[in-house]
Write a protein that binds this ligand. Sequence first.
Ligand SMILES: Cc1ncc(COP(=O)(O)O)c(C=O)c1O
Length: 502
Amino acid sequence: MDIKDLANVKLGPLEPLVARIYRYAKRLPIVKEKLEAEYAPIMEELRKSAKPYAGEVESHAALPPEGKAHVDILAEIRELERRETERWKDGYVSGAVYHGDPEHIAFLNEAYAITSQTNPLHSDLWPSIAKYEAEIVSMTGNMLGARRAVDAQVCGAVSSGGTESIMLAMRAYRDWARDIKGIHSPELVVPTTAHAAFDKSAQYFGIKLVKVPVGPDFRADVAATKKAINRHTICVVGSAISFPHGVIDPIEELSELARKRGIGFHTDACLGGFILPWAERLGYAIAPFDFRLPGVTSMSADTHKYGYAAKGTSVVLYRNYDLRHYQYYKVADWPGGLYFSPTFAGSRPGALSATCWAAMMSMGESGYLNASRRILEVGGKIREGIRAIPGLKVLGDPLWVIAFGSDELDIYRVMDFMTKRNWNLNGLHRPPSVHLAVTLRHTQAGVADRFLADLRAAVDHTRAHPDEEGGMAPVYGMANTLPVQGVVTDLLERYLDALYEV
Ligand SMILES: Cc1ncc(COP(=O)(O)O)c(C=O)c1O
């Protein structure tokens, strides 16, 4: 049997057992050897995509004996940057670069250059960074309902990204629940569509993750969530918007479940936090999702996405100071002195916070409102354009992160065709689908029409050539089924290894 054939095996309730057998079996030399032989051709494809410069651009496994001239080093960096910029600049990429106008980038770069030596770990040396971070948190909190929140002292911190914001909050809930509620076997209740960062938090912090299937509209199922909550639950999660399908979970109902039980509720607004408040102002029907709801006790919102800052910042917010205190790290008996840090890192790039502050100050309310208007308009056009293509269906009712699948075609082959036309879309699972996260890049003239024309061509091609070989379709196909889950995660491990190959 070939690895690819496993994709057709349906195990049902035997899944966990087979996964376990697989974990043991793969340690046997004979199984290991067979698996490696099966992995080899797939890895060859993956390695090619991970290392496109291999053999073409000089590589440096060890330090050069003598330092090279700045001009030569910069030329090398510029050349690779040039090759990689065109695709996102011209709007072929889902998400990734959210603003990308040259003047905006130059402005951010200048703010970074001015502050590149700063480190907020030394708040005495660089109080300016503490000022920027306090203001980033306050501006974000006020945008997300802090001013109108009852019984709240909304506060927070600047982190390195959405994942860190989420992990900080989940660890804070774990320790808060142990201290205040005596919960020693903590559980976290999330919809299956919640970001992988919640899974990562559960793994890192010894929290049991309880995943609740979403409804046919791809939004969290309130009744099923209610059933999943028990005396070990420390926090319930909802997304506004969800990464896979771009929809808003029923945050009001979910957060009420949590409030009634006296436990935490986290709205993950990493992707939606800097668009939804403006969408609401623009008249879109946006159900409440932020601190205006009394049950929302924490939120994450990413400045490095639709906040249009440089990569490397996000904001985690709490309803009150007590909760934030569980996030902090402080130690008083270390020989290295009194040590305390608000987030996971020790030393941090203050320049990224200064740059984030600069981005927010330069955008202002009107800037975010305008950007959101453009993104939502293009999102609507693309959503309706996809709905009009026979053979495709839009999943749920999204605004600007639009997932689509098909009942008749292999959607991953459609994605492969789009890749050949230079597009970089996100492949999704369960159900098989693909999404485009619309950014300001897609609001440039002609980009939405080009996307829809290429998508129509992709559908026609896939219909005409249903058995075409190659591309990522087989890997995505496999990843949708067990027992090959273990196989897929093995491949991901090897892919990560490949990234570190010189
Ligand atoms: C809803 C949601 N949450 C969390 C994250 C994680 O953010 P990051 O990649 O910045 O860690 C993302 C990223 O796309 C997201 O869409």
